[in-house]
Design a protein around this ligand. Structure first.
Ligand code: ADE
Length: 248
């Protein structure tokens, strides 16, 4: 059984619609869709935004549904200058950029866990990377040229890199630059991945994180955000995961 989580319903409704059989189970005010997707047993849920929401969802998937692997799929704001809107990042490691118990513990370190960066599962991440590459090569099957043009998506890059998560939507250029300086290896920011990473580390569940760049984590970040989720991000997620499941 594989767990698939996104933060927002707009990101995952299309994927839920592809399930061939599904049973809705409500736990802790969250809806979990348990069933089959392209011949594989899955549980799919939207966690809502933020680290606590994502961590809670991941724990429920592990303890209640017994998932053996978790994939988090969603959008992120670019920190690396090499990333453009529409590019795809498969996370290498995740870090909580708003974790700071200094001077008692080093900044970014999760207290009493001795860890700042949480590694994703290499096998799952490589498979997601391959799926994303195949998706990009066949992008016209999934998204119309008009839509791509509307979001100025031209050459789509697929890359591996470190991802930072925090309970903040980054739209402030000073915050953007602070993060870049304090965490030089990060390529993008989002609000859930590192929470799922910590849970999966604690429960020893392999996980991977797929992020589509929706903005540059600056003052333009909120423009067309919802439109991007429904028109672009949900199609990326569904297309890449369909290929991913066919590679298992
Ligand atoms: N997810 C997508 N864009 C983001 C941003 N700018 N900050 C945090 N999370 C995001």
């Amino acid at each position: 059984m594989i767990g698939v989580i996104s933060a927002m319903p707009e990101e995952i409704d299309l994927l839920i619609g592809k399930m061939t059989s599904s049973e809705l189970v409500e736990i802790g005010q969250r809806k979990y869709y348990k069933g089959e997707l392209w011949g594989k047993d899955v549980v799919i849920a939207y966690s809502r935004i933020g680290k606590v929401a994502a961590a809670t969802t991941a724990v429920t998937m592990i303890l209640t549904f017994g998932v053996k692997e978790i994939i988090f799929s969603g959008v992120a704001g670019a920190i690396s200058r090499n990333l453009n809107i529409g590019d795809i990042v498969i996370a290498k490691r995740l870090v909580q950029h708003d974790m700071d118990a200094s001077p008692i513990f080093p900044r970014f370190e999760v207290p009493l866990l001795d860890k700042s960066f949480f590694e994703t599962d290499e096998q799952l991440s490589r498979r997601l990377f391959r799926a994303a590459k195949i998706f990009v090569e066949n992008i016209n099957r999934y998204i119309t040229r008009d839509l791509l043009r509307r979001f100025r998506i031209e050459r789509i890059n697929v890359t591996r890199g470190d991802v930072a998560s925090g309970d903040q939507f980054i739209t402030d250029s000073r915050r953007h630059h602070d993060l870049k300086q304090a965490l030089p290896s990060i390529v993008c920011v989002e609000m859930e991945g590192a929470a799922v990473a910590q849970v999966c580390y604690e429960y020893q569940v392999p996980f991977a994180v797929l992020r589509t760049i929706s903005d540059n984590a600056d003052h333009n970040a909120e423009i067309d955000f919802n439109q991007f989720l429904t028109s672009i991000a949900s199609r990326y997620s569904t297309g890449i995961l369909e290929i991913f499941f066919s590679l298992i």
